[in-house]
Design a protein around this ligand. Structure first.
Ligand code: PRP
Length: 209
């Protein structure tokens, strides 16, 4: 039985469709219910829905054999998992953004609001800029508007959230997409089915056979 952690939401639904096409279907998952676990004994597969930022924890600790997590989460938390495949879904980027027309004044410590504190620290360390990190959990875009920070480091997908709040991208830090990850120990016991999953999934991704 392959245990798969899917990120709850629109991305997770796209990912399930890809897994079903890859030979791991579980039709009961389409039931409109609050259930979190769906099993298909015939296909030897069990899916569970978890908060997107928690997928890597389930996989790292072996509660799930495989899962799908954004590259942003993998860079931020550096879970000890195998990263097996770029699914080419959920494409976006982690970027620095500020109020339109903002210019950096390097005489001052830069105040950076973000939930990606590790990515932000690494990025500013690499460019040699002193920063003061302000950790927030959501609505990051408010911070520069209210004067809580100079810039934000956040996910930009369509750019709508920035535009509607009169913010603009200053710099892209890293492109992001959904990755298939696997628990290191479980990979050894379930190599055949995980490799079949990777092979079949890669047929449906860009650059796949
Ligand atoms: C993310 C991110 C931005 C928004 C960007 O938030 O934090 O607010 O999406 O998308 P856009 O460029 O298409 O407007 P999300 O909806 O994931 O919720 P969050 O506030 O919990 O991060």
């Amino acid at each position: 039985m392959l245990n798969i952690a899917l990120p709850k939401g629109r991305l997770g639904e796209q990912v399930y469709e890809a897994f079903a096409r890859a030979g791991f279907p579980c039709p009961s998952i389409r039931e409109d219910s609050r259930k979190l676990i769906f099993t298909n004994e015939a296909a030897d597969v069990s899916y569970f829905w978890v908060k997107p930022s928690d997928v890597a924890i389930y996989v790292e600790r072996g509660a799930a054999d495989v899962g799908v997590a954004g590259k942003d989460i993998l860079l931020e938390y550096e879970p000890k998992v195998y990263e097996l495949l770029d699914l080419g879904l959920g494409k976006c980027r982690v970027a620095v953004a500020a109020q339109a027309g903002w210019r950096d004044n390097t005489q001052y410590t830069l105040r950076v609001a973000t939930k990606f504190t590790h990515i932000a620290k690494q990025y500013y360390h690499s460019v040699g800029r002193n920063i003061d990190i302000i950790h927030l959990n959501g609505s990051i875009e408010l911070a520069p508007i209210l004067g809580l920070s100079d810039v934000i480091v956040d996910i930009v997908e369509t750019g709508t959230t920035l535009r509607e709040n009169h913010l603009e991208v200053v710099e892209t830090i890293v492109p992001v997409s959904a990755r298939l990850i696997a628990n290191r120990a479980n990979f050894k016991f379930k190599t055949a089915s995980i490799e079949r999953l990777v092979r079949e999934l890669s047929k449906g991704t860009e650059g796949g056979a």
